[in-house]
Write a protein of this length. Sequence first.
Length: 80
Amino acid sequence: MRQLVDLNLVEKIEYTTGRKTHSESVYTTTLFGNLIYGRCILDVQEMVSNMRNPKAAEILHRSARFSPEEIVRFMSRCMQ
């Protein structure tokens, strides 16, 4: 969580609950955090959902028969 705060992706908001000595805090995303989430995480989710077999790239990679560039080209064609 500290890394997310340090990167300004989330912020900690402290608030009182009505009792004088009691306060609570919540973490919420910042505008920058929302932009990063929308641009990166949702794009990755869409990319994975468009892959017919998400494990195929890993199988090809582990076989050591193809370069990373060849695997990327192959997977790009599969997602079209």
